[in-house]
Design a protein around this ligand. Structure first.
Ligand code: CMX
Length: 441
């Protein structure tokens, strides 16, 4: 058994026993009360899921196994001292629970490179779609087409004992993560570079190779891609993409299906599609105002007009966060350090000054601060990836690290099929108005 799999096996054996023990002893304990407001507002704040990979604090932001984004930048292995952490190292951290050694991250890089072969029929499925179809549509279809390769599915069909489900899930997860950069790059080159494809460079790391296959070979862009893949990887378990992967995976489907479900969720404008919408909205503003350098007053008026039209300001607000997203801040620091005179970055910074005071005045908006999507597009654009309809695919490649590490964990714990209860609206009304007793369902 390879080293990382063995480490996971050791961790998972203990963790699954602990899971069963806690379930047996404490199953009847009450852990939270639920208000009707929570039910009617997207189940916010109800502790319902078990996710070990990361935890989101409303004020501090995301922590991966306890490590904040600044911690990760300091502690995770890098290619060079000045560089950004390797996403392979973060995947190791989420799966195993410890900061990896440099060689652990490099071994994962090599492992991904050896697993990255894509069957021809996957390319055929992509090629069957018009080039004008959304990159996320092509990406998700390709993931589903790759399910023919599922080792979990074959093991399940062969009747493998459920205590070993994690093993074939792990193999699928490793193969799937390895295959995402070539698929994403293929779609990018197909749609925007006349289908002129670029072979992988086996000496490059997972994120560096993605940049290379997309046609970008500078050390600057590799640095950005490593950071990008780290900060988008996971945001605890309740966000739409993570929850979708967990929910669908709980029916014991193969990891390709579970991850495809995550990607269709990520493609929604309130989630990962917002990274495209931010750039689209800014360009529309520049066009409508007929100036590349709008004043703060013009930007403020444009924001108010967007709100009056019943639309959201993309890149602002969050279901959990109540402060500026640290993933925004780290990108802002990156831009300050490496990027000079990028007009789009300047507008993103101008929005950071103008938008929060406007949103703060709207009582219903719980968080007026920017999220990760407010900054990411301007960095990609600066380095030459100007085709913003592709940006959600990059988010999706990164998100695989978190949701798929969680899926292996789910299978190791033996988490059951997810099945909450639903009622008609009338039932909730009767319940809060006292017409239904507590023990009635
Ligand atoms: N612009 C305008 N209105 C906003 C807003 C924004 N940026 N953020 C929240 N609101 C509105 C909501 O639409 C909601 O209105 P209704 O009550 O009329 O439906 C109200 O304020 C309350 O929302 P909330 O409780 O503060 O936030 P939610 O948990 O409902 O929604 C989010 C969170 C992210 C969907 C929302 O802030 C939003 O739509 N933001 C813009 C889209 C975006 O940037 N999404 C990316 C999030 C990060 C990611 O997943 O990638």
């Amino acid at each position: 058994m390879e080293y990382i799999k063995y480490r996971f096996f050791q961790k998972a054996s203990k963790a699954s026993k602990e899971f069963q023990r806690i379930k047996k002893i404490h199953a009847d304990k009450v852990i939270a009360e639920i208000t009707l407001g929570q039910v009617l507002s997207g189940m916010k704040g109800i502790p319902l899921l078990v996710t070990d990979t990361s935890k989101l604090d409303p004020n501090e932001g995301i922590r991966f196994q306890g490590y904040s984004i600044p911690d990760l930048r300091e502690k995770l292995p890098k290619i060079s001292k000045e560089g950004e952490p390797l996403p392979e190292g973060l995947f190791y951290l989420m799966l195993i629970g410890d900061i990896p050694k440099h060689e652990d991250a490099m071994n994962l890089s090599k492992d991904f490179a050896t697993r990255s072969h894509i069957p021809q029929h996957v390319y055929d499925v992509i090629d069957a779609m018009p080039k004008s179809s959304r990159p996320m549509t092509q990406f998700t279809a390709a993931i589903l087409a790759m399910a023919t390769e599922s080792i979990f599915q074959k093991a399940y069909r062969a009747g493998v004992n459920k205590q070993y489900f994690w093993d074939s899930t792990y193999e699928d997860v490793m193969n799937l993560i390895a295959r995402l950069p070539p698929i994403a790059a293929y779609i990018y080159r197909r749609c925007f570079y006349n289908d002129v494809q670029i072979e992988p460079n086996p000496r490059l790391d997972w994120a560096g190779n993605l940049a290379h296959m997309m046609g970008f070979d500078s050390e600057d862009i590799r640095r950005l891609f490593r950071l990008y893949m780290v900060i988008h990887a996971d945001h605890e378990g309740g966000n739409v993409s993570a929850h979708a992967a967990h929910l669908v995976g709980s029916a014991l489907c193969n990891p390709y299906y579970a991850y495809a479900a995550a990607m269709t969720g990520l493609a929604g404008p309130l989630h990962g599609f917002a990274n495209q919408d931010v750039i689209h909205w800014i360009f529309q503003m520049i066009e409508d105002l007929d100036t590349d350098t709008p004043t703060d007053e013009q930007v403020a008026a444009y924001c108010k007009q967007t709100l009056e039209e019943g639309r959201v300001i993309p890149g602002y607000g969050h279901a959990v966060l109540r402060k500026t997203d640290p993933r925004f801040t780290v990108q802002q620091e990156f831009a300050e350090k490496y990027i000079k005179d990028e007009p789009l970055v300047e507008i993103v910074n101008q929005l950071y000054k103008v938008v929060p005071p406007i949103l703060s005045k709207i009582a219903k908006i719980k968080n007026p601060w920017p999220n990760v999507d407010a900054f990411s597009g301007s960095l990609l654009y600066h380095y030459g990836i100007k085709e913003y309809t592709f940006y959600t695919v990059l988010f999706g490649v990164s998100r695989a690290l978190g949701v798929l590490a969680s899926l292996v964990n789910d299978r190791a714990y033996g988490l059951p099929i997810e099945r909450p209860t639903s009622h008609p609206l009338e039932w909730y009304k009767n319940k809060v108005e006292g017409r239904i007793e507590d023990d009635e369902q």
